[in-house]
Design a protein around this ligand. Structure first.
Ligand code: G3P
Length: 218
């Protein structure tokens, strides 16, 4: 399973990259706004900065919601760096744009996916990634992990090549659950990645090893 970080914060991206386990980055307009990045040239500069830190796929989302606008914006984003993946919302015009990007060889991430039916449309359009939003589904009292499982089953039966990118992950537990249910990629904030290290027995065990060593070696 690939590991993406879901942020536009350069320090968090650097910290995750230093672990040596980072395969890519996802951003969205809310995450860019959180970092105070506004204006076309600043936004583009910021994407370039991210792409310089991480050689893997970096999702950059279009703001336009019409086919022509999305295509223009997506092409411009794709020119910023070789590792840009154009993130497109799961709407009618978005699916048309993804099909077009597929035809011209621009990789895409279909975002805001909340059902298996939507995931089928994304795969049919040739999206590189499909992003079901796990946490937001859980917020509605349904089961985000069940959706990952259903999409994974459908994609396997149908032979779709689109990768399932579990998004809107808010805890380290959800990362292992997504892996178990068939996600190809998980994207999450730095806090969830760091949470994966935690186990009290690791801390207790290490303390004991070091104490035993010090008894003989000072
Ligand atoms: O990048 C999309 C997604 O991961 C957003 O997560 O926590 O805002 O639902 P969240």
């Amino acid at each position: 399973m690939k590991f993406f970080i879901d942020t536009a914060n350069l320090n968090d991206i650097r910290e995750a990259a230093e672990l040596g386990i980072l395969d890519g980055v996802t951003t969205n307009p809310s995450l860019m706004a959180k970092e105070g990045i506004s204006g076309q040239s600043n936004i583009e500069k910021h994407y370039k900065a991210i792409c310089e830190i991480v050689p893997g796929d970096v999702s950059a989302e279009v703001i336009a919601t019409d086919f022509k606008g999305m295509v223009e914006e997506g092409k411009r984003l794709a020119e910023l760096a070789d590792n840009i993946v154009v993130k497109v919302p799961m709407i009618k015009e978005g699916v048309k744009a993804i099909s077009h990007f597929t035809e011209i060889g621009i990789p895409t991430n279909c975002t805001l996916v909340f059902s298996a039916a939507q995931a089928i449309l994304a795969a049919k359009a040739g999206a590189t990634y499909v992003s079901p939003f796990i946490g937001r589904i859980d917020d509605t009292n349904w089961d985000g992990m069940k959706l990952i499982k259903h999409i994974a089953e459908i994609y396997a039966i149908q032979g779709y090549e689109t990768e399932i990118l579990a998004a809107s992950i808010r805890s380290s537990r959800q990362i292992s659950d997504a892996a178990r249910n068939g996600a190809d990629v998980v994207t999450c904030p730095l806090s969830s990645i760091m949470g994966m290290f935690n186990h009290p027995l690791t801390d207790i065990g290490l303390e004991k090893f070091l104490a035993d060593y010090r008894k003989l070696n000072g």
